[in-house]
Design a binder for this molecule. Sequence first.
Ligand code: BG6
Length: 464
Amino acid sequence: PIDEPTAIILYGGTGDLAKRMVLPAIYELYTRGLLPKQFRLIGNGRGDVSHENFQQHIHDVLTEFADAPDEEQYAEFAKNVKFAGGGFREDNPGSLLDVIKEAEDELGTDVALIHYMAIPPQAFEATTKAVKAHDLAKNAKAVYEKPYGESLQSFHELDDLVHSVFEEEQVYRIDHFLGKEATQNLYLTRFANRLFGDVWCRDSIAQVQIDVPETLDVSDRADFYDATGAMLDMLVTHLFQVAAEVALEPPISMADEDVQNARESVIAAFRPLSPDEVVLGQYRSYTDIEGVPDDSQTETFVAARLWVDTDRWQGVPFLLRTGKMLATSAQRVSLILKPADGPLKHVPANANAIVFDLKGNGAIDVQLTVKKPGPDAVPAASATSLMLQNVAEGAMAPYTSLIHDVLSGNRMLFTSSAGLQSAFEAFQPMLTDARPKIELYDDGSWGPQAAEDLTNGVGWLIEH
Ligand code: BG6
């Protein structure tokens, strides 16, 4: 348990992200006994919400997005929940300072602060400046959502500002794909099992696919989405981080820092994206959404062929794909092996693969060619699947697990300045005039045809 008295200040406390992800995660930590014994959860926002109303709001949110809470337990939790309205700005702190002061009176002046920025990226700057102006950076940590920057330049501007307020060790840039059980298995299974580790390179791997199609539309968060787009929402963020987890070189040890460094440093080897290896799309009904301009050029789909310029991955394409309103929802990382040498070398190229299924509690599938039962030696495609929940109970949702890491000061699964700089360097060509045109695709389809062509005839594994 983490014993230091702590106040979590949740900026954007009544917003969408808080509702779906952060509040359920904080409550899950509470019910598991993983919050500090003495804590306060302080919601912040522009509106004037009473403490009681915010407590009720969280109750409603849990009922809608998680499990309805046990009433008695929730009542205990709610005693620690406050709301500080009136926003939080350099020139006007609203009521936040008073609410923090109250918490200090009750829990002691050394109460640790966690500034959780569950706010739109455009508001990171003003809130960070306000933290500085009101002297709230001491004994504090800050959690930033994504996208943390939109280009190399805006990344540097934000990061310089953040570093003028916090030391890097205080900063937690959250990317919840890194908190998924299955992504954490990408390196664990590789380093623990020769069966995986020995094939994890260009000698055996034909290509890597990181495929996250979604059937979701974005009508409930059109403002955020239209200003962000699939590339910033998913590609430079989640998909690049997962690609780094596949591509990293073995760290010297499994110590937090060593693993974080290995993951973040391989991003420097990502070759800047070549616009002719990127496909952008927009689903046909996207501009019908209220709040989306008719001429919006925001991409709701991106597929890219990424090259990792390390010796290990020379010549192995990393194919990344994600989009909204597609034919299915899935989150898979597939390492597709090359055809075998020898008498069965004609077995198709995508018949042997190691597949990490990131959704839910996660799974690892091994796709194999085996002998078809029967009189003749005929090869047949088959697969075996390991559900991670069967290994042991107790998996936590990614946000729960990552917020727990924030509380305990474990930064292994958070992105670093250096890593994000490299990510934006690789992304930079997409911000030039060479950026490909957006192709429309039918709702419920697999996106633009051109995305199929990126796979060099292998096809996207999920579709087969
Ligand atoms: C979020 C993106 O970070 O991740 C969403 O903003 C996306 O657009 C979501 O749908 C996918 O997350 P999950 O929880 O389904 O893994």
